[in-house]
Write a protein that binds this ligand. Structure first.
Ligand code: DON
Length: 562
């Protein structure tokens, strides 16, 4: 006993975190998501002969029922697919309504009105999920659309058991939800959240899903459901119109691609900053010989913070691809990454306010969510992140249609240079304008090397790219088992505020002190995203892991028998 205790005390804190169950292993397909009922839905679809796209869409629609704090029809998201050699991304991010305007979240003195971009329908972007999920299935699905939507209809119509997470989330958001009687009628029956263990039925949402199953996206983006969205918006002072929904289009985009440590990585391009931040992270770390440094030591943590300080400073320039003041090509160029890596001192933290941004003059050549990772039996992969932005979005439930509207407008820089609800300081490139997509941090990612394929992503707002990067580094550089890679405590830096955020057990006391001596201001936080990850190994074998930070679930179609 004494010997074991001594060993434990000598190990860096990051290694001694309580053990979690191993990833599930097997074949025939794998799913990882934030809710057991949703993961089971994805597996059901794979067992019925569906492919990764069918399963990803079905899992996401199940989340729209059983995980309403994030899963949605009234929000948006991004997906990355790898089908054989084909890699592509689908952008179904919300857009600003046609009646949105640059100063819509400022008061008469030009000061931000933070609630306006967070609470009530003025905070809602045009939902992208109905058209986006339909499009993902249209292009890559194998089963009939009806079959893919059917499990979500069943959950909404026949009912599902409220999890303790859902009860906790509803309790935490009671103030928001009770402001809107239509929302309170569904989610606060009798004035309180339904208790964990009770069965909830959502007949209006079931009817919306039935219409969606029969007629596809137009069932929601046109006709009576779109009219109900406009009514809900007008009732509480929003500018979202039925015409905005009808005009919305998802966009297939080329992924951000880079190679690192012998792996090919593909992630989200603008309007998400995620892929660019990931690419910059790996590009700078390779230049700084990060992998050669001692694991969990101060040097590695310091370099991560310095790299992210710079990547998030460049994020200030980013926005919708049509207005962004810098591109992936510019921010991932060799000369820029060389210059950035050279700025970094091993012994001293930079001051964020002094870290410049990318500019053409500085280089010689001429920026509550839920994630689903799926792989089918053929090795095809889909990583799909959807969001309402904050928990339960703007709080408004569309009467008659049963779904909540997002508050994604807060991802715009309502007042350029001032922090949004994630503390992100963003620039004019991401200012509000009609039809524009707000900058995101969501980073659904696939990476492959030889026959190994990784599929991952996370919620967590501004902490999504850094969570994704750390899990990838754990796997690619340090050879962690999949579950260990997801479990490991994490750190985060986002340029502004000039703070190194750390999970309680991420740093040993000595490492924390060493980082403080170098000038880092540390702040302990508990809110890091729940990563969902799947890994294809060889010959149809795969494993799936879900983050112990939440009560999600990972599963495989045919589990390995010991
Ligand atoms: O797109 C983004 O970056 C944010 N709207 C994501 C929100 C989020 O992850 C909240 N979940 N924890």
């Amino acid at each position: 006993m004494a010997t074991i205790l001594a060993v434990v005390l000598l190990l860096p804190a990051a290694v001694v975190r309580a053990a979690h169950p191993a990833a599930v292993r097997g074949s025939g397909g794998a799913v990882s998501s934030a809710a057991p009922a949703a993961t089971e839905t994805g597996l059901e679809i794979l067992r019925a002969g569906g492919n990764a796209a069918d399963a990803a869409v079905a899992t996401t629609l199940a989340l729209a029922v059983v995980h309403p704090q994030a899963g949605n029809l009234g929000g948006g998201g991004f997906a990355i697919i790898r089908f054989g050699e084909e890699v592509g991304t689908l952008d179904f991010r919300e857009t600003a309504p046609a009646k949105a305007s640059h100063n819509m979240y400022l008061d008469k003195d030009g000061e931000p009105r933070p609630k306006a971009s967070l609470v009530g329908p003025l905070a809602a972007g045009v939902p992208g999920s109905p058209a986006g999920l339909f499009e993902l299935h249209r292009k890559h699905g194998r089963l009939p659309w009806n079959d893919v939507v059917a499990p979500a209809i069943g959950l909404a119509r026949d009912g599902f058991v409220v999890t303790s997470r859902l009860e906790r989330s509803l309790t935490a958001s009671t103030e928001l939800l009770r402001q809107f009687p239509e929302t309170a009628a569904v989610w606060l029956p009798g004035g309180r959240p339904p208790a964990a263990g009770t069965v909830v039925r959502l007949p209006e949402l079931a009817a919306t899903l039935e219409a969606y199953a029969t007629r596809g996206a137009p069932a929601i983006t046109e006709g009576p459901i779109a009219a109900a969205v406009e009514l809900a918006s007008r009732r509480y002072g929003g500018v979202l119109l039925a015409a905005d929904l009808a005009a919305y289009r998802p966009v297939w985009r080329e992924p951000v691609r880079f190679s690192a440590y012998g792996w090919q990585v593909a992630s989200m391009p603008l309007p998400s900053s995620g892929g660019i931040i990931l690419g910059q992270t790996f590009g700078m770390l390779e230049r700084l010989d990060w992998s050669q440094l001692r694991r969990f030591g101060a040097d590695r943590n310091h370099l991560l913070a310095e790299v992210w300080r710079r990547a998030y400073a460049d994020r200030y320039l980013l926005g919708d691809p049509r207005t962004s003041l810098a591109s992936a090509v510019q921010l991932l160029s060799g000369p820029w990454l060389d210059l950035r890596a050279k700025e970094i001192r091993l012994g001293k933290a930079a001051k964020s306010e002094r870290v410049g941004r990318w500019s053409a003059d500085r280089v010689e050549e001429h920026r509550e969510t839920t994630h689903v990772s799926v792989m089918d039996g053929d090795g095809n992969a889909v990583a799909l992140t959807t969001t309402l932005n904050r928990s339960f979005g703007c709080g408004v439930l569309v009467a008659g249609a049963g779904f909540l509207l997002n508050n994604e407008m807060d991802d715009f820089s309502a007042a350029p240079g001032r922090p949004n609800s994630f503390g992100l300081v963003q620039g004019e490139a991401n200012a509000v304008a009609p039809g524009k997509r707000m900058l995101s941090s969501m980073s659904p990612t696939v990476a492959w090397s030889g026959r190994q394929v990784l599929v991952l992503g996370s919620p967590g707002g501004s902490r999504i790219p850094t969570a994704t990067a750390q899990v990838l580094l754990n796997l690619i550089v340090d050879g962690d088992a999949l579950q260990a890679a997801v479990d490991r405590p994490r750190i985060h830096h986002q340029w502004m505020p000039d703070t190194l955020f750390v999970e309680p057990d991420a740093l040993s006391p000595e490492t924390a002190r060493a980082l403080e001596r170098r000038g880092h201001e540390l702040r302990v936080i508990n809110e890091m995203g729940e990563v969902s990850a799947v890994r294809g190994i060889v010959a149809g074998n795969m494993e799936a892991a879900q983050d112990p930070r939440g009560p999600g679930a990972a599963g495989v179609v045919r589990p390995e028998v010991d």
